[in-house]
Ligand binder design. Structure first.
Ligand code: ADP
Ligand code: MG
Length: 582
């Protein structure tokens, strides 16, 4: 169980000074606590033998007040340092998970639910924080304070101590069973929390569809159902906890009954003093916390290790696409793209999404890829910047296998515009520059011009610095698409990939944007997927994909003359464009 916590080792070492100060203060408070019953004993004994003077009693009282104040101060100190340490562990772990998640390949996200990742990043980290803060405290108190208290009890009377400790084995056994049950129930709670988070996320993401179809009740019932399971799982856990603590107190009270009965007799017989008798009861009370702490620590560590295992599952996930290149290409990328016998299977699929594709563009050419939905166009485009992994040598840029090009360099050389227009809750300007620095005003003006965004932006109150997203303006589908194109143009990459990137822009604007792009990018490579033949016919070479295979290749005129697949697509498309079908 403890080996699950191994990734935390470095943080414990980093925080060692805080930990030493914290735990020393904790032990100091524990020690002081152990001496209070000793003072009570002295006071009572001096009273019973009639030696107590008011000066002596004031002295004892002041001593206790002094100890109470010191304990309060040192309690503050250990809480500050130990809990501060656990918060730092939490922060470091969260950053590490996020950083690691960013290295993982797209294929990891195909098989992992967002809600599940969120549960791990929130709930599981919290359980680890509890284990590495409170768990540490409970462990120290359970063992050190527990054993020391028993020591002080033995010092008073061995027989009485042994008898009063009879309930302890039951406490341990009971704790063991209950915490195991809690562990199982806790796992269930975490699992249903993942599902709940995912269904809430879906309900918000899909709110437009849900409303449009009047399916609010259906959407509500999905979330409600998951919420109910979550509550009922939590109640199971609460019920177990509800048995646990009262049973603990019951056991300690049984010990108290024994002490009063047998300890009282020992006092009458004069084996122990009245002060010892009272002090013994104080120790027995003091023992309640360490015993519960031992029970709790098992629970905390169990929860923590369950969570840590779920976190380790992520941390152990190896990026499928790595950047381990022994002899990276150092030259300038010109933009000659070459696919050779490219075959690609999605994980666990029996039919290849792409089969034996041979495609090449010279640097500076514009290539169009056409084909019906599901023919593999998007898959092919994602392969070029190595967003999905292929075998070595199947994809080359400037005759160099992409596996030999540094990933950062490769991706920096490719402007990639997908069908999904991902914008962030930030200004238009920041969405375009996307973290790049030193984007000059002239360049920005040119890009806005090329993507035909200038007019749109002028109509916004704050122009290019208007906020997008929840509390900002909402762009139309076409505006979003043109913005993502602008983002790709900022770095003026040698290769530009447009995956149906202008589908929501009207035909005339699309033609203008495309003209401007081709004009701006003379001598650079463009790979364009589009459904509009008016766009495609401008390409130097057209490739036709069907069911993952290249079926035709040529320029517009050649392909039309061949009365081919392309010709059929063309006629259909032309008809729909004439009818104004967008
Ligand atoms: P296109 O862009 O031409 O419409 P895609 O490249 O998106 O086609 O898809 C090609 C084929 O690959 C389709 O049959 C699609 O169902 C399949 N596919 C796409 N993404 C995945 C995925 N993540 N896992 C499994 N199959 C996928
Ligand atoms: Mg597609």
């Amino acid at each position: 169980m403890l080996k699950d916590f191994k990734p935390l080792k470095t943080y414990f070492i980093e925080n060692r000074i805080a930990l030493i100060i914290g735990l020393t203060s904790l032990l100091f408070v524990d020690t002081l606590q152990l001496f209070i019953p000793r003072i009570i004993k002295k006071a009572i004994d001096s009273l019973t033998i009639g030696q107590a003077s008011s000066v002596l009693l004031i002295k004892y009282a002041l001593l206790i007040v002094g100890m109470a104040i010191t304990m309060a101060i040192f309690r503050y100190i250990w809480r500050y340092f130990v809990f501060g340490h656990s918060r730092r562990v939490e922060k470091a772990l969260r950053n590490r998970i996020y950083k690691h998640l960013q290295t993982l390949s797209i294929s990891f996200y195909w098989r992992t639910k967002t809600g599940d990742l969120m549960a791990r990043a929130v709930n599981d980290i919290d359980a680890v924080r509890m284990a590495s803060g409170m768990g540490l405290v409970a462990l120290t108190d359970g063992f050190v304070l527990g054993l020391a208290t028993i020591g002080f009890m033995l010092y008073i009377n061995i027989k009485l101590t042994l008898i009063s400790l009879i309930p302890t084995p039951f406490i341990f056994y009971f704790t063991l069973i209950i915490t195991r049950k809690m562990g199982r129930e806790f796992k269930q709670v975490q699992q249903t929390f993942s599902e709940l988070t995912e269904s809430v996320r879906e309900a918000f993401a899909g709110i437009r569809v849900i409303k449009a179809y009047n399916r609010q009740a259906w959407g509500y019932s999905r979330v409600k159902e998951k919420g109910e399971t979550y509550i009922s799982n939590n109640l199971d856990l609460a019920r177990t906890l509800a048995i646990f603590f009262p049973m603990m107190t019951l056991f300690t009270n049984l010990g108290l009954a024994v002490v009063i009965w047998i300890g009282g007799r020992l006092t009458i017989l004069g084996n122990i003093t009245t002060g010892d008798f009272v002090a013994f009861i104080s120790y027995l009370n003091l023992l309640t916390w360490p015993m519960m702490a031992l029970g709790w620590v098992t629970n905390l560590i169990q929860r923590g290790s369950t969570s840590m295992r779920r976190i380790n599952d992520i941390l152990d996930e190896v990026p499928q696409i790595t950047n381990k290149i022994t002899n990276p290409f150092r030259g300038v990328i010109r933009g000659k793209v070459c696919l050779k016998g490219l075959t690609f299977y999605y994980p666990e699929e029996k039919v290849p999404a792409l089969k034996d594709i041979d495609l090449r563009t010279e640097a500076g050419q514009t290539v169009a890829i056409v084909g019906p939905v599901g023919s593999g166009k998007s898959t092919l485009l994602q392969i070029i910047p190595r967003l999905v992994e292929t075998e070595r040598n199947m994809v080359q840029i400037d005759e160099i296998p992409i596996h030999d090009i540094d990933l950062k360099k490769l991706r920096a050389s490719i402007g990639f515009v997908t069908q999904e227009t991902q914008l962030f809750s930030d200004t238009i300007f920041n969405n375009i520059i996307f973290g790049r620095e030193g984007v000059g005003e002239d360049l920005m003006k040119n890009i806005l011009d090329v993507s035909q965004l200038a007019v749109d932006i002028n109509s916004f109150p704050k122009g290019i610095h208007s906020l997008l997203g929840e509390r900002g303006i909402t762009l139309s589908g076409g505006q979003r698409q043109r913005l993502t194109i602008a983002r790709a143009l900022v770095s003026n990459p040698p290769i530009l990939i447009l995956d149906d990137a202008l589908s929501q822009v009207d035909t005339r604007t699309e033609a203008t944007v495309l003209n401007r792009i081709l004009e701006m990018r003379q001598g650079k490579t463009n790979i364009i997927v589009s459904h509009r033949l008016s766009t495609i016919r401008r390409a130097d070479i057209i490739y036709v994909l069907k069911d993952g295979r290249l079926v035709e290749k040529g320029d517009h005129t050649n392909l039309l003359e061949a009365r081919s697949e392309y010709a059929r697509l063309y006629e259909r498309q032309q008809l729909s464009e004439e009818l104004g079908g967008e």
